[in-house]
Design a protein around this ligand. Structure first.
Ligand code: KG4
Ligand code: ZN
Length: 338
């Protein structure tokens, strides 16, 4: 209801985040991103859990202050139970359990992947939520899948990656191109100055609605190794075209399967979610399909694309209305299906 206030907590990977939701309206959404991983070119689990431990209290305090909410106003605590890095999940889970116990309010567990998708239902005056059933291309650093969303908690995975996730492909190819981690946003930015048709990289042809991205990575790697032998400055002098071409390769293959799913299932409500849904080329390609294919597309606000607690609070508020609470002895789940 309108007076229900829920604190959401997210700690599944390398962002510690807390958010407050009242009704369907987000009052605050605070995140501390961890810089410690940048020099390693990927998330180091041990360092991630330590940083969560340091960040969680300040982040929660900030979320409450910004929402102008006191602890006694909290109706329930929602947290990410999984999937994710176990050591990271444990920090948020333990914190949420302790807080719910001391405040004597219900505890609500949230599936991180459902949250990425249900972020579309966060109230916003300018954005309409998707209508069921809709397709949601869920693309992050850890997951790439096409989900048929029949209702809030009735989701069916109809296609997924058999190897690297799309975000992982951006990050790993970025590393080959000597870019910092995470490379996704950097490639997006540099691609704007480049020619997407300059280089072509082979991509795997997959059955059904499945994806494969490790082939693109290998293709880029061999290509770069070969050209670096001829010209040691090849990467630097072609970085914009390289980024644009890599980005086009990854996004095109995402769109091919999404189009196939839309056509074969007869669903024209199509959404995107997850970290890679921040990608400007993917967003533009989605918008194009409104004209060319008659889709209604749903593109999350930028702050709800990468990991955030607002989406966790959103799912918790839906579960609160249904009375779906969990016991205080709940444990984190590194693997957790939709
Ligand atoms: O959802 P997310 O924050 O974390 C996971 O649950 O994995 O997604 C992070 C991923 C990273 O791989 C990052 O490179 C990618 O999302 N990403 C992008 C962009 N912004 C973030 N990839 C392409 N273009 C972007 N603009
Ligand atoms: Zn995520």
């Amino acid at each position: 209801s309108e007076s229900t206030v829920i604190l959401g907590i997210e700690s599944s990977c390398d962002d510690t985040s807390a958010a407050v939701i009242r009704g369907n309206k987000i009052l605050s959404n605070i995140a501390a991103t961890q810089q410690v991983h940048n020099e390693y070119g990927g998330v180091v689990p041990e360092l991630a859990s330590r940083a969560h431990q340091q960040n969680i209290i300040p982040v929660v305090s900030k979320a409450l202050i910004q929402a102008n909410i006191q602890q006694k106003d909290i109706s329930a605590v929602g947290f990410t139970r999984g999937p994710g890095l176990l050591g990271s999940l444990l920090v948020g889970t333990s914190f949420a359990k302790s807080l719910a116990m001391s405040l004597q309010v219900p505890l609500i567990e949230v599936n991180h992947l459902q949250a990425h998708i249900l972020a579309h239902f966060i109230e916003d005056a300018n954005i309409m939520p998707p209508k069921f059933p809709f397709l949601c291309l869920t693309v992050s650093g850890g997951h790439t899948m096409i989900v048929l969303v029949k209702d809030y908690f009735q989701m069916q995975i109809i296609g997924k990656t058999i190897d690297d996730a799309a975000g992982e492909a951006f990050d790993k190819i970025g590393k080959i191109l000597q870019l910092d981690y995470p490379a996704g946003p950097i490639i997006d930015r540099m691609a704007k100055e480049g020619d997407p048709l300059r280089f072509s990289f082979s991509k795997a042809k997959m059955e059904n609605y499945d994806y494969s991205f490790s082939g693109v990575k290998t293709s880029v790697l061999y290509f770069i190794q070969k050209l670096l032998k001829e010209d040691p400055t090849f990467i630097q002098s072609n970085i914009y075209d390289l980024c644009a071409s890599v980005q086009k390769t990854i996004i095109d293959s995402l769109m091919v399967k999404l189009e196939k799913a839309s056509e074969e299932l007869g669903v024209k409500e199509v959404a995107i979610a997850g970290g890679v849904s921040a990608n400007s080329f993917l967003r533009a390609e989605m918008k194009k399909r409104e004209e060319t294919l008659g889709w209604n597309t749903y593109i999350p606000k930028f702050e709800y694309t990468t990991d955030n607690a607002a989406m966790i609070a959103m799912v918790a508020s839906l579960k609160f209305e249904r009375g779906e609470f969990c016991d205080l002895d709940v444990s984190a789940a590194a693997r957790y299906d939709l």
